[in-house]
Design a protein. Structure first.
Length: 94
C-alpha cells in the first residue's frame, strides 16, 4: 500500500514506522528537515521537505497515486487544506 504522511512530529514518525513494518511504501512530508530526523536510520521510505499546502510538493513523483493520505499536521486548517489540495492533484492525475 502506498501511504503519504503529512507531518513528522512524534505521531507522524510513529505512524511511518508502523506502516513500514507492515511493508507499506511510505512517503513523509514535512516543512522542517530536522523533523524528518525523527524517522531514524532504519526508515527506508521517501522523505519530502516542503509544505503539504504546496501543489508542487504534492505533485512530486511518488506522491501521486497514493492509496492513503494521513494529515498529522498540528493545525487543523493546514491538515484540511492539504487534504483538499491533494484531492485536486489526485483527481487531475487520473
Amino acid at each position: 500500500m502506498k501511504i503519504i504522511i503529512l507531518g513528522c512530529g512524534e505521531f507522524g514518525a510513529k505512524l511511518a514506522e508502523l506502516f513500514q513494518q507492515e511493508g507499506s511504501d511510505i512517503t513523509v512530508i514535512d516543512s522542517n528537515p530536522d523533523s524528518l530526523k525523527k524517522l531514524g536510520k532504519n526508515f527506508t521510505g521517501k522523505t519530502v521537505v516542503g509544505s503539504g499546502l504546496d501543489r508542487e510538493v504534492l505533485e512530486k513523483p511518488g506522491i501521486q497515486g497514493s492509496d492513503v493520505f494521513v494529515a498529522c499536521a498540528g493545525k487543523d486548517r493546514s491538515a484540511s487544506a492539504a487534504s483538499a489540495s491533494l484531492r485536486e492533484v489526485a483527481v487531475r492525475s487520473r
